[in-house]
Design a protein around this ligand. Structure first.
Ligand SMILES: NC(=O)c1ccc[n+]([C@@H]2O[C@H](COP(=O)([O-])OP(=O)(O)OC[C@H]3O[C@@H](n4cnc5c(N)ncnc54)[C@H](O)[C@@H]3O)[C@@H](O)[C@H]2O)c1
Length: 445
């Protein structure tokens, strides 16, 4: 008789049982990141590309010489079984949107053109008060925000039915919204639902998407710095419905390097008096961030990372007087190929000053796509494992990690990685261990 250890069919050792069922990956915002993620997965399936940067597809589950990859060790959906859909304010299908985003070349897009073109964005919930520098025609209309949420719920259910997906997960890849201050309407579910019915002006589109997904039992990941999952009301809903959430703001170029370098310098107890970061980027994300309201949301997210990596409260003599500045300039000629410069002022023995300069010529969406993929796969895995609420163990992937109430976020990439792996290993039973833990198997059924 076959039994199950945390989703693994023991009749077929190490064959995770969820791998052969379709998973809907729903993406609000089919722009540069969304289409690069989809195109990449389609290319990998055809053997035309490699999933570089994805921990789930490349990392081993532990240090053993013969340790399987995370995606083989755990019941993680196979890339072959992902079905992509989403929403955007523009009507272009994903092939056209990917051409427009100009991240991948025509020669990479042509072999997957048909599949990309078949993915047409559903009409979006959009409010120009929250994203000011763009506008588009593919937008839902309804008298109240609650009715817009209900339309999204119909979209989610309809998509899953049409594509015969047993499960779904959502990754917000939409634009950065203006900074939203938490108000009483965000504080509990009753007030929030009242606000949806009364069109409260402080309820943003991202919050409406998050509400609709959580009500539909679909995990929601926030890849932008938007305030959606900061609402205690939505966390209350996630916990009540038993659904996983995580955010916010994919950690990719400059911030990724910051959370690698800062802990390294701190490990040698070198002091730091300043970190100045500036970027140029010319994609649609850059155009949105050119609005001061959206930039403020992004700036707060980017500024948050140094304090905890440097442990300034324990070492005020080294980090107590640190100036940290972040600038982003919209510069159309660069498109998605962002360039970042960092100047780091450090000091050493006898307080002698030194400088470090970094010039990172990165590709924003090439760095973000594997992060979005891992988050979709791991959120689905967590949901299968019975998790719910805020998944702080996914901090590894975020600039501004969300944590449970009262907890302090961790930004140091290496500590974040340890936390992520300890969670993944808690779900992993190596073949030699599985005989020794029959009681776990029974408990997990
Ligand atoms: N690329 C990165 O490295 C990176 C890193 C961290 C965070 N992000 C964030 O990810 C998000 C996406 O980035 P991108 O480069 O793909 O931007 P993009 O502008 O190319 O794509 C965003 C898409 O969202 C759409 N959109 C806006 N509001 C919407 C709504 N309410 N509903 C549905 N669609 C909506 C836009 O029309 C656009 O097509 C941005 O918020 C960005 O700040 C990106």
């Amino acid at each position: 008789m076959s039994s199950t250890i945390k989703g693994i069919d023991t009749a077929q050792p190490n064959k995770p049982s969820q791998q052969n069922k379709s998973l809907a990956v729903l993406i609000p915002g089919l722009g540069a990141v969304g289409t690069t993620l989809i195109a990449g997965v389609l290319a990998v399936r055809k053997g035309l590309g490699r999933s570089i940067g994805s921990l789930t597809q490349h990392a081993a589950i532990d240090d053993a010489d013969d340790a399987p990859r995370v995606c083989d060790a755990l019941p993680i959906a196979s890339l072959d079984n992902l079905v992509f859909g989403g929403w955007d304010i523009f009507e272009e299908d994903c092939y056209q949107a990917a051409r427009e985003a100009n991240v991948l070349t025509e020669s990479d897009l042509e072999p997957i053109r048909e599949e990309l073109a078949a993915i047409k964005p559903m009409s979006a919930v959009f409010d120009p008060d929250f994203v000011r520098n763009i506008d588009g025609p593919n937008v839902k209309r309804a008298p109240t925000k609650m009715e817009l949420a209900e339309q999204l719920m119909e979209d989610i259910e309809g998509f899953q039915k049409r594509h015969q997906c047993q499960r779904a997960v959502a990754v917000w890849c939409g634009s950065t919204e203006v900074h939203v201050k938490m108000q009483p309407v965000h504080m509990d579910l009753e007030s929030f639902e009242e606000g949806l019915r009364n069109n409260h002006p402080a309820i943003s589109p991202t919050m409406i998407y998050a509400y609709a997904h959580l009500k539909s039992g679909v995990p929601f990941i926030n890849g932008a710095p938007n305030a959606a999952l900061d609402c205690p009301a939505l966390i209350e809903l996630a916990e009540r419905e038993g659904v996983c959430v995580a955010g916010k703001d994919f950690k990719t170029g400059q911030t990724l390097l910051k959370t690698v370098l800062a802990p390294g310098l701190a490990a040698r107890y070198l002091g730091m008096s300043g970190w100045y970061s500036t970027n140029i980027l010319g994609n649609r994300d850059g155009a949105v961030l050119d609005d001061p309201g959206s930039f403020k949301t992004k700036e707060q997210s980017k500024l948050s990372v140094l304090h905890s990596s440097l442990d300034a409260s324990r070492h005020p003599e080294l980090y107590g007087d640190l100036t940290h500045k972040v600038r982003i300039d919209y510069y159309p000629p660069r498109g998605d190929n962002k360039e970042g410069w960092d100047n780091i002022d450090i000091f050493g023995w006898m307080d002698y000053p030194m400088q470090i300069k970094i010039n990172f010529l990165c590709r924003d969406s090439i760095l973000a796509a594997p992060v979005a993929l891992d988050l979709a796969l791991l959120a689905d895995l967590a949901q299968q494992q019975g998790e719910s609420g805020v998944m702080d163990w996914l901090s590894f992937y975020f600039k501004s990690p969300q944590v449970a109430d009262g907890e302090e976020p961790i930004h140091d990439l290496f500590r974040q990685r340890d936390i992520l792996f300890s969670k993944l290993r808690s779900w992993y039973d190596a073949p030699e261990q599985s005989e020794a833990v029959p009681q776990m198997a029974a408990g997990a059924e």
